[in-house]
Ligand binder design. Structure first.
Ligand code: SF4
Length: 69
């Protein structure tokens, strides 16, 4: 799993689960940019926007990992 840090969370992405439906890129195009490297750029949206978009990923490829206290 690749991880992309945002404040006290990380976005996890499992390439092998991703079905490339591009819902994330359509829903939050400032952060999920399939043509860029890195393709996830968490600095471009609020933490809550990212959490909401990750919840909509149809394949489970995206996840939110909370830092341990
Ligand atoms: S929404 Fe999920 S399955 Fe679709 S492209 Fe994004 S990460 Fe992959």
């Amino acid at each position: 799993m690749k991880k992309y840090k945002k404040e006290n969370i990380s976005i996890g992405w499992e390439a092998e689960k991703c079905i490339h439906a591009a819902l994330c890129a359509k829903g939050l195009s400032n952060v999920f940019k399939p043509k860029d490297r890195p393709w996830i750029q968490p600095e471009n949206a609020s933490k809550q926007e990212i959490i909401d978009q990750v919840a909509k990923c149809p394949s489970g490829a995206l996840s939110i990992i909370y830092d341990e206290e």
